[in-house]
Write a protein that binds this ligand. Sequence first.
Ligand code: BDR
Ligand code: CA
Length: 327
Amino acid sequence: MTDRTSIPVIIDCDTGVDDALALLLAVRHPALDLRAVTCVAGNTDVDGVVRNTLTVLEQAGAPAIPVARGAERPLVEPPRSARHVHGEDGMGDLGLPAPNRAPADVDAVTLLRREILASPRPVTLIPTAPPTNIALLLRTHPEITRNIERIVFMGGAAATGNATPVAEFNVWHDPEAAAILLTAGVPITMYGLDVFTRVAVPGADVRRLRASTEPGARLAGELLAHRPASPEPDGDDQAGGLGDAGAVCAVADPAGLTTRPLPVEVCLAPGPARGQTIVDRRPRPGESEIHEGGRERPLVDVALDVDVERYVRLYLETVAGQRGHEG
Ligand code: BDR
Ligand code: CA
């Protein structure tokens, strides 16, 4: 339900098991006003992403939120799906029905521009995918930044990568687009792998969700069961990672996230570091800056810590009206 205090948000996604978890949360959170969803190639091809996104919105009982098809491939790189993680259909091969809803008859960049400029209050953009659409938007319609509150981007890593030892998938998939996003000139929060991999729903709660008779809650359970949360050796091997949904938690409840404004630069050079988000955590300039001068690097609010229990509780209470598993 929209009211004067809700936060207008737009999600740009590559649905995607955890993008689906993010959509479920955004649709159901009372403080969020999901105004549009745009789709981009990433976890699967863009037509699959559109289909999955429409299916999730339908299962969640969402109002008629416009969904638009965006870029078929990254700016420079070839498309490289993540079907080995997200299944052949990009969403866990759960056998979900085809959607009855149809996408908007405009492309993603056009829809983004229209919805951002039409919003009565500045929009928070939540890209949970390779940021190709966002880069195209910023280069085609730079005036939209005047009505953007901030961008909370799932991507990058201050420490370890996943697509490569140092690069996170969304940035690795389209490093040039990520570099454009990070220099958009609006406040940016980088919800990277440092926090992304930590927020997991305990197995007992996943089982409860899967047993629910309410379609949205049940879908959340099925999706979480498809996302084992790489636990410690003696940990809960039934736990399911919230993944991209954590970036939506960070918008609904920013106090659950610890961030620091740090210079961030995307490595665009060919070779093993391509796609790395180089986060400068040094307390003072080093020899390179002393001898050669510093380069312009945007300051980004990098997420370094997260209150895991708080976000799990937020997710369960919002998506399923459940209290988290105690103990
Ligand atoms: C990111 O890559 C995708 O597989 C997930 O949906 C998430 O957006 C994590 O690297
Ligand atoms: Ca994603």
